[in-house]
Design a protein around this ligand. Structure first.
Ligand SMILES: *[C@@H]1O[C@H](CO)[C@@H](O)[C@H](O)[C@H]1NC(C)=O
Ligand SMILES: *[C@@H]1O[C@H](CO)[C@@H](O)[C@H](O)[C@H]1NC(C)=O
Ligand SMILES: *[C@@H]1O[C@H](CO)[C@@H](O)[C@H](O)[C@H]1NC(C)=O
Ligand SMILES: *[C@@H]1O[C@H](CO)[C@@H](O)[C@H](O)[C@H]1NC(C)=O
Length: 440
């Protein structure tokens, strides 16, 4: 082995071993209460039931990491929260924008127009704004109650001011609507002048809702591909079998293309396929139905057991990252390459650190953030609160894709002939091997 090979080998093994370290991890979710007495009072009167708090969404902005907790059950003080990046691994959550307005009153009423009732996921746009899609419900898993109308809330992250609250009109919603995620496109370079469009997935009624900030209007877009695939409704995570018929649940935007429109990449949860459509079809409220029918492209299949709850595109590398629920892992695809098995590798998998990866987000500084939350145990069995149940993992996106087919050019492509072959045979990726979780 020559010197260069040794150095490269060292580098590759190190990389394989550099599994995303947990930045945060919790056994139960706790909050940064004003004092111990308030915490005790909230537990006594049922405002806070520690074991009922399960986070499902994350988003990073500068020194804050937002963490969302939908109201599945009773006792969730605040649905929209954050931790500071300089805090400890088990940092308590701070309601956003503050205690008074972040929390729901005990009787379920909101205290201000900045109160978020129940959100799954949020989006930080390139204009320092936080976009929240609020379902406005409590106790989703039993005795569901509509507390406020579903709405979009847009916060200015520099001042925490509420820039906009848009309440959805009944005609874009359905009885079964569950608004799960939001992606935002701002047209033009300048934030102040640009019109922004938000694309919201309605997982419950198989639609994408489009909101135009300039027109302050929203409309509903439907397509057959937004429905679940009956072949992909079976799951097994954390040793628990379950069946989901969830429709379109997550979407991510490419950089704008030459024509000024981005591509929206989307997928239903219960599906192994990846879809794409131009925002040209979405931004115009009057796009003919036939154009939408024909405008959603199926670009490929990730293979068996590859259902994903969430995805995001890293603007720095043009890589789409997606959770791999049944594989306790993460997959990737470079959107400039053909979508096939070779180009959609499973790059992380760990049955402990990543049991039920629920959300994934790329920030604007080249880092990926992953939330795992053992959701199947939370919903269908019982969680062991002596163990770590919730984790946030992070790593630079460039590190995650190094040496994989998601890299612009693989490291092997850049090396010539025999050296490349020798290296390829030497690379071992113990951490990237899929491990099945076995129930005790
Ligand atoms: C329950 O306790 C919390 C925390 O002290 C308080 O804010 C809330 O008003 C209490 N609710 C009731 C119904 O007493
Ligand atoms: C952590 O960061 C926040 C926000 O920048 C700051 O207000 C706080 O003082 C920092 N805490 C520590 C312990 O450095
Ligand atoms: C809830 O309590 C607040 C005061 O804390 C009150 O203004 C509001 O009317 C109550 N709402 C309901 C639905 O009882
Ligand atoms: C929120 O409510 C405050 C106080 O009532 C009001 O001044 C503000 O304009 C409202 N903001 C939005 C975005 O609706």
């Amino acid at each position: 082995m020559n010197f260069v090979t040794k150095i490269l080998l060292l580098f590759l093994v190190y990389q394989a071993d550099a599994l995303v370290p947990p930045k945060y991890q919790w056994k139960t979710i706790d909050f940064a209460w004003p004092g111990a007495a308030e915490r005790q009072a909230a537990i006594s009167n049922g405002t806070y039931v520690p074991v009922n708090n399960m986070p499902t969404g994350i988003a990073r902005w500068k020194e804050k990491l937002f963490i969302t907790i939908p109201r599945w059950k009773k006792g969730i003080p605040a649905s929209l929260n954050f931790v500071y990046l300089n805090e400890t691994q088990d940092a308590p959550l701070h309601p956003y924008p503050n205690w008074e307005e972040g929390c729901l009153a005990t009787n379920g009423s909101t205290t201000s127009n900045r109160t978020v009732v129940s959100t799954f996921r949020v989006h930080v746009d390139r204009c320092n704004r936080l976009w929240v899609v609020d379902n406005g419900v409590t106790e989703m898993s039993k005795d569901v109650r509509q507390v406020t109308q579903p709405a979009i809330l847009v916060f200015d992250l520099k001042t925490d001011a509420l820039l906009k609250k848009y309440i959805f009109k009944d005609d874009v919603l359905r009885e079964a609507s569950v608004l799960t995620s939001i992606a935002v496109e701002t047209v033009g370079k300048e934030c102040a002048k640009g019109n922004s469009f938000a694309y919201i997935t309605d997982m419950g009624s198989n639609a994408v809702l489009v909101y135009s900030m300039k027109d302050d209007d929203a409309w509903r877009v439907e397509n057959h591909y937004f429905h679940f695939d009956p072949h992909a409704g079976v799951y097994k995570v954390g040793g628990i079998d379950f069946y989901w018929s969830d429709g379109v649940s997550s979407c991510a935007l490419s950089q704008p293309k030459k024509d000024g429109y981005s591509d929206l990449y989307l997928h239903p949860t219960s599906s192994t396929k990846q879809f794409r459509m131009s925002t040209k079809l979405l931004r115009d409220k009057d796009t003919p139905k036939e154009d939408i029918f024909n405008g959603v492209e199926i670009i490929g299949d990730r293979g068996p057991r590859s259902q994903a709850t969430a995805c995001d595109i890293d603007p720095a590398t043009n890589v789409l990252f997606y959770t791999q629920v049944c594989k306790n892992g993460l997959g990737c695809w470079n959107i400039d390459k053909p979508f096939n098995e070779e180009n959609t590798p499973l790059i992380l998998s760990d049955c402990n650190l990543m049991e039920f990866p629920n959300d994934v987000k790329a920030d604007r500084e080249g880092n990926l953030w992953i939330l795992s939350d053992r959701q199947s145990r939370f919903l269908y069995e019982a969680m062991d609160f002596e163990q770590v149940n919730f984790r946030v993992l992070t790593s630079p996106t460039s590190t995650l894709i190094q040496g994989t087919s998601c890299e612009k050019k693989s490291i092997f492509g850049r090396l010539s002939g025999s050296l490349a072959k020798e290296l390829k045979s030497l690379v071992i990726r113990p951490k990237r091997v899929v491990m099945e979780y076995r129930r005790k």
